[in-house]
Design a protein around this ligand. Structure first.
Ligand code: ATP
Ligand code: MG
Length: 334
């Protein structure tokens, strides 16, 4: 790792298989950032407990995610990949930050309100303090940038507040981190029925996973929602059609996109043909990632070694931060 590079942190919850949304919304950027910054990417296994209390599959999903992240472009020699639960410094920082977080601001968080609505039988305190744990994840490496999707903007803002409060009260320890994106518009990959976004834990038949085999990809895309086509030239596309064009733009060549745009604007589009083309181009994109991930997963030792190495690297940075934090707080008796 080079000195003086700015620090980047991002994570992903082990709640299911990686999908196109994770790839285009997160992983693709991470794979690019690893060349420009000192990057920490982690599997947020503690975070998954707030919504997925059953831990029986956690280990398997975590290892599989690591394999998928590497297959999708992360290079463990360029960036640090680790599991959150391997870094005991995080919960200590989380505890200090909890003293700086107010009940009112936590209750106002959009994701908390959403999740509380979805699981009224389990509104646990961890769900409420999720943004504080996330702040600890970021601040433990004194990160400057956090590449995240649109859904996470409010959490970054809260992290900034906690960092500022800490610095103000106890002395400058943390850089105030910022959300990061290479492009102005954050990508959002819609589910294939246009009803929401692709997701690890919901919408499984309307989400394309990087492990889906060729036939399943074909099947999902051929079932994607369409209609009879536009009634007048140059119409505005309904969301579910726009979603398909977005996917086409990501995996197909420009002349193909242009052809279907032309057909749409001239009211001669045949969605069956477009979906066939999209399916074949999608398969071409997914197949090598799927195959690489499968090969890696067959070598559990390699994954475990890599996670151990990542954890050791991450702990060096985490321990240095925690020493600075304890010193600022005055917890140093001998
Ligand atoms: P879950 O359903 O368990 O919440 P998820 O699919 O929403 O899983 P997360 O682990 O919450 O995935 O998010 C990982 C990263 O992927 C985040 O940076 C998030 O913004 C991004 N992301 C998730 N879904 C999409 C999507 N459909 N389009 C673009 N980016 C996405
Ligand atoms: Mg999510």
């Amino acid at each position: 790792m080079e000195k003086n590079k700015e620090i980047v942190l991002s994570g992903i919850r082990p709640t299911g298989f990686l999908h196109l949304g994770n790839y285009y919304g997160a992983l693709k950027n991470w794979a690019r950032m690893q060349y420009d910054y000192t990057c920490y990417f982690f599997i947020a296994d503690w975070h998954s407990l707030t919504t997925h209390a059953d831990t029986r599959e956690l280990k398997e999903i975590t290892r599989r995610l690591v394999a998928e992240l590497i297959a999708g472009g992360l290079d463990p020699d360029l960036c640090t990949i680790y599991a959150q639960s391997d870094i005991p410094e995080i919960p200590e920082l989380y505890m200090y930050l909890n003293m700086l977080a107010y009940k009112g601001e936590l209750e106002k968080t959009v994701t908390f309100k959403e999740k509380a609505r979805k699981q009224p039988e389990n509104i646990n305190a961890g769900l409420l303090t999720y943004p504080v744990l996330q702040a600890a994840d970021i601040l433990i490496h004194r990160a400057h940038y956090v590449p995240v999707g649109k859904d996470q903007e409010q959490h970054i803002e809260m992290t900034r507040n906690f960092a500022e409060r800490f610095n103000h009260r106890y002395g400058e320890v943390f850089p105030v981190p910022r959300a990061f994106s290479y492009t102005e518009d954050l990508v959002k990959i819609l589910s294939l029925d246009g009803s929401g976004k692709m997701s690890k834990s919901e919408q499984q038949m309307n989400t394309i996973y990087l492990i889906d085999d060729d036939d399943l990809i074909r099947k999902k895309i051929m079932k994607a929602k369409t209609d009879q086509g536009p009634a007048s030239p140059d119409s505005k596309k309904p969301e579910y059609i726009q979603g398909l064009f977005t996917l086409l733009g990501l995996v197909s060549s420009p002349d193909i996109v242009e052809k279907f745009e032309y057909d749409f604007n001239h009211c001669q589009i045949r969605y069956g043909d477009m979906k066939k083309q999209l399916a074949e181009d999608m398969i071409r994109f997914v197949r090598p990632i799927r195959e690489k991930a499968a090969a890696l997963q067959n070598d559990l030792k390699q994954i475990d070694d890599l996670m151990a190495k990542g954890a050791a690297k991450a702990r060096i940075s985490a321990a240095a931060t925690l020493t600075a934090v304890r010193k600022a707080l005055g917890f140093k008796y001998h």
